[in-house]
Structures are given as C-alpha cells and as structure tokens.
Write a protein that binds this ligand. Structure first.
Ligand code: SG4
Ligand code: ZN
Length: 262
C-alpha cells in the first residue's frame, strides 16, 4: 500500500482501493443515516468530555496536511461514556466549495450538511494513535455537522490563523481554549455505528458517534475554509485548491446505526 490519493481525478475515491485495499472492503465510512436502518438504543449514554477546557497557555498546532486542516489536541483530553476510555489526538474538517456549501461526509436521510468536524480519539489502552489506528477497537471519532448561519466565535479561535497555513505542510501555533465550545449543546442525541477512517488507508477501526444537532458558522467563516487553502506545497507553480474533501456514503453491509433518541 501507500501512494498519493485525492478526492477527484485519476487518484479519486473510486480508485483508493488500488493502493489501499481496506477502502474497497466492508464496514466503511461515512454512511447515510436512513430511517429504515436506525435502531433506538435506550442504553446509549450521553458522551462525556473530560479535560476539554484547555488553558490559553497551552499551544496547539494548526496544520494543513494537504487533505484537511487539523488542530492537534493533547492526549489528556479524553472521552468517557463509551465502551473504552479514548484519548484525544486531533480535530479536522471536511467541506464543500465556495459556490456549493455541501461537504459533510455523513448524511441524514440523504441530507448533506455544509461541512463536518471530526474529533479523533484513540483507545487509551494503546500508547499512541499510530499503534491504535489499525486496531478494531482502536479509534473513536466524534462527528459534528456544520451548517452556514450564525457567526461562531469559538471557531474563530483557530479560523483566524488559517491564512498562515495556506499550503500543504504549513503549521501555526494556536492558544488553547475550551474545545467543548466547538460542539453542539446536546451531547445526548447522536448516531452510533462501527465504521472506518473516511480517507486512505480506510482501516475499519472507528467507533463513530455523530451528533444529531449541527453547529453553525458564518458564511465568511465557511469561505475561509473553502477558499484559503491549497492541497499543494507553497513552491508549486499551479496551486490546487483544498475543497470538496468529503467521501461519498458507503454501503451499510448489514449494519444498522443505533440512535440515542426517538
Ligand atoms: C483527515 O484527512 C485528517 O487530516 C487525518 O488525520 C485523518 O486520519 C483522516 O481525515 C481520516 O480521519 O476521522 N475522517 S476520519 O476518518 O486521523 C487519521 C491525519 O492524517 C488517521 C493525522
Ligand atoms: Zn474526518
């Protein structure tokens, strides 16, 4: 395995499985949450965020990896209320283009949102995310739908630095803040299923929790994501815009998604 991959063109998602066989396998993500394949589970507990309130003295790294923009998170941040304890690693985004604000990965009954935030955590029984990423019980990702509406001051704490990481492999330091502010008010209403990384190598290692309620960002904040970034290095002569970085919904493969609400 290995090799470059993109969201469209000759290395687009239809071809990922050539170099990354898991991408053509089962239990892939994202999925469409369709009413007929949902089951209410009264035992699903509210997600509990531990140590999410970071000090402004703590430096986080905001980076452009050519596929997304991501913010590093300290591993003492963790989740409970899940079958294991999971330590935080990073959060990142998926979005559409400036004239097509549709770029979420998961969809609800066919509805695609403007974007989606993923907070990636790894099972705390592994020493780091690299050792957890390909294990069946390795990862837990929280998904948050993003819609365009009200200005979101919490998101501006890192979006205001995005012009400093226009090109692939660029990084800037961002002061810590309360990461809880990026999430919707209700953490008790969500979809839950077993799936995969939504990018190569597509390991089926993710316990997904996708919150029912979206958060909103302003049109200007959305345009910062959709227009400021490139998937190519600074020195390249024809920069490639970083947008439309979402994978289409995958087959259910006999899965049902559990829902915590009715
Ligand atoms: C994005 O490309 C992130 O930048 C990746 O993070 C991430 O890979 C990848 O998405 C897949 O994650 O929640 N969408 S997802 O399934 O977290 C990993 C890095 O490349 C392994 C660090
Ligand atoms: Zn993601």
């Amino acid at each position: 395995s290995g090799g470059k991959w993109t969201y469209d063109g000759p290395d687009g998602e239809r071809h990922w499985s050539r170099n990354y066989p898991y991408c053509g396998g089962t239990f892939q993500s994202p999925i469409n949450f369709q009413p007929e394949l949902l089951r209410f589970d009264p035992d699903l507990l509210p997600i509990q965020l531990q140590d999410y309130n970071l000090s402004s003295k703590e430096q986080l790294t905001l980076s452009n990896n050519g596929h997304s923009v991501q913010l590093s998170l300290p591993s003492r941040m963790h989740l409970t209320g899940l079958p294991h304890r999971y330590s935080a690693a990073q959060l990142h985004f998926h979005w559409g283009s400036s004239n097509m604000p549709i770029g979420s990965e998961h969809t609800i009954n066919g509805k695609q949102f403007a974007g989606e935030m993923h907070l990636v955590h790894f099972n705390s029984k592994y020493p780091n995310i690299s050792l957890a990423v390909d294990k069946s019980d390795g990862l837990a990702v929280l998904g948050v739908f993003i819609e365009v509406g009200e200005f979101n001051p919490a998101f501006d704490q890192f979006l205001k630095y995005i012009k400093g990481i226009k090109y692939k492999d660029q990084k800037v330091q961002v002061a810590g803040f309360n990461i809880r502010e990026l999430l919707p008010a209700r953490l008790d209403e969500y979809y839950r299923y077993d799936g995969s990384l939504t990018t190569p190598p597509c390991y089926p290692s993710v316990l997904w929790t996708v919150f029912r309620n979206p958060v909103s960002i302003s049109r200007g904040q959305y345009l910062a994501l959709a227009t400021a970034l490139f998937s190519s290095h600074a020195q390249e002569s024809s920069p490639i815009p970083l947008l439309g970085n979402y994978r289409k919904p995958q087959l259910m493969d006999n899965r049902v998604a559990l829902v915590s609400f009715q």
